[in-house]
Design a protein around this ligand. Structure first.
Ligand code: CO
Length: 144
């Protein structure tokens, strides 16, 4: 079974230890344009986004030492942290994944960068890659 109406890769996220240094590298060495820097309080990270629309690159840097991203950096060092797939209906996607026995980290969506609803699927349930599902703000219906 496939997830319904999945537009594709939204972004890849790279965990970094020093956000400013990493931003400078991506700007100066790869020549990428920085779109925005955002602190996501709910996730205790600062993010820097390069590019617009599909296929963005997101640098993530923890703002606290007891978070998943901080533990990732401690254990494995800098590197690819997760990929993110844009979905039209995150609740339907999570229900489908759960029915198929996928290992969900978040059974219900939480607030992510840019006002999106996000949920993570465990790498063990996603061929070794931590995977974020994201329903962008334009697709989130106001609750009645
Ligand atoms: Co992400």
């Amino acid at each position: 079974m496939m997830l319904p109406n999945v537009p594709g890769l939204d972004h890849v996220a790279i965990a970094v230890k020093d956000l400013e240094k990493a931003i400078a590298f991506y700007q100066d060495t790869y020549g990428l344009a920085l779109a925005e820097i955002e602190e996501v309080k709910e996730q205790q990270v600062r993010t820097a986004i390069f590019g617009h629309g599909m296929g963005r690159i997101e640098l993530i840097c923890p703002t606290a030492s007891d978070t998943g991203v901080a533990r990732f950096l401690e254990k494995r060092g800098e590197g690819l942290h997760h990929i993110c797939i844009e979905v039209d209906d995150i609740h339907a996607s999570l229900a489908r994944l759960k029915a198929q026995g996928a290992m969900l980290i978040d059974e219900t969506p939480k607030m992510g960068a840019g006002g999106a609803q996000i949920a993570f699927v465990h790498p063990k349930g996603s061929h070794g890659v931590l995977t974020e599902l994201r329903q962008g703000p334009s697709k989130i219906q106001a609750s009645p």
